[in-house]
Design a protein around this ligand. Structure first.
Ligand SMILES: Nc1ncnc2c1ncn2[C@@H]1O[C@H](COP(=O)(O)OP(=O)(O)OP(=O)(O)O)[C@@H](O)[C@H]1O
Ligand SMILES: [Mg+2]
Length: 289
């Protein structure tokens, strides 16, 4: 176990031994009658406190559906979802609101604009979830500033609206907003795919740094290369079914399912990591120039 994950394991509350997310036999169907479409079938996945799990799959494989079902935004037709040991499968709207307000689980939408209210300044976006929890304005502002710093953004952006930010800045604000309440679990749906490669590397590095706070991350992506260096484990979704779950190096070096093999073979630099690293170094040099 690395120092980082030891810290992560001790950073949480009591009762940490159990998974922070435990999805079991999840089925989700969309539509009715002949147009009924099974988007997820028998998906089981658990995430330990402080762990980062990458969920990989091609477009339409059910990644966003999994995120939405975990957060109670689409109903499941079978299976269960436990968040921090609490069975949320049968939760109504009020119970979900309470859970969200407690800030146990947060969601960063696939579209960064959806994660942020266009009429709220960066400051208001970051302080609002804290004020809802009863944190004083002074404390909320201080925490918001420190999180802006953690995502490597300047305090000068505090007064800006989302429309006045670049895509990369907006995504970092969305990440900061999701983390500001210090949740146990954050689900990020394609957090880097809308970004150029320099910003992609930056945001992934920020996510890696944020793991030290003890938060568990579910990192959804269609791109294995994007999450391979960040996730402890990788789960591969294919046509609504989870076809492979394992430690990142195992999945990359010994992919078992044909679809995973295809993913790995289409990203040849993954095997050694050498080209990947030199590319990152080149980008970092470019950024620091
Ligand atoms: N609201 C909906 N009504 C009907 N079908 C839907 C709905 N949302 C998603 N689907 C279908 O469910 C399947 C899974 O969609 P989902 O959005 O989960 O895929 P995804 O893996 O996130 O894809 P992408 O990488 O493009 O974001 C797709 O076939 C999609 O067309
Ligand atoms: Mg999606």
């Amino acid at each position: 176990m690395t120092t980082e994950s030891t810290e992560a394991a001790t950073a949480g509350r009591e009762g940490d031994i159990g998974p922070v997310l435990d999805v079991s036999g999840l089925d989700v169907r969309y539509g009715r009658g002949p147009r009924r479409h099974r988007a997820l079938h028998g998906v089981s996945l658990s995430v330990a406190p402080g762990e980062t799990v990458g969920v990989i799959g091609e477009t339409g494989s059910g990644k966003s559906t999994l995120a939405r079902a975990v957060l109670g935004l689409v109903p499941a037709s079978a299976g269960s979802v436990l968040i921090d040991g609490e069975d949320v499968s049968a939760y109504g709207r009020r119970q979900w609101r309470t859970l969200r307000r407690r800030g146990v689980v947060q969601y960063v939408f696939q579209d960064p604009l959806r994660s942020l209210d266009p009429d709220l300044t960066v400051e208001d976006s970051l302080t609002e979830p804290l004020l809802v929890q009863g944190v004083t304005r002074q404390e909320a502002t201080a925490r918001a500033r420190s999180f802006l710093d953690r995502v490597h953004l300047s305090g000068e952006l505090f007064e800006r609206l989302p429309g006045e930010l670049s895509g990369g800045q907006r995504q970092r604000v969305a990440v900061a907003r999701a983390l500001v309440t210090e949740p146990r679990l954050v689900i990020l749906d394609e957090p880097v795919s809308a970004l150029d490669s320099a910003n992609r590397v930056k945001v992934l590095e920020i996510l890696k740094e944020l793991r030290a706070t003890g938060v568990a991350l579910v990192l959804i992506s269609h791109d294995l290369g994007s999450v391979a260096g960040t996730a402890d484990r990788i789960a591969v979704l294919y046509q609504g079914e989870l076809v492979e779950v394992g430690a990142s190096p195992d999945v990359i070096n010994h992919p078992r399912h044909a679809y995973t093999r295809l993913l790995v073979s289409s990203a040849p630099t993954l095997r050694t990591g050498a080209a990947d690293r030199s590319e990152r170094e080149a980008l970092r040099a470019l950024l620091n120039a």
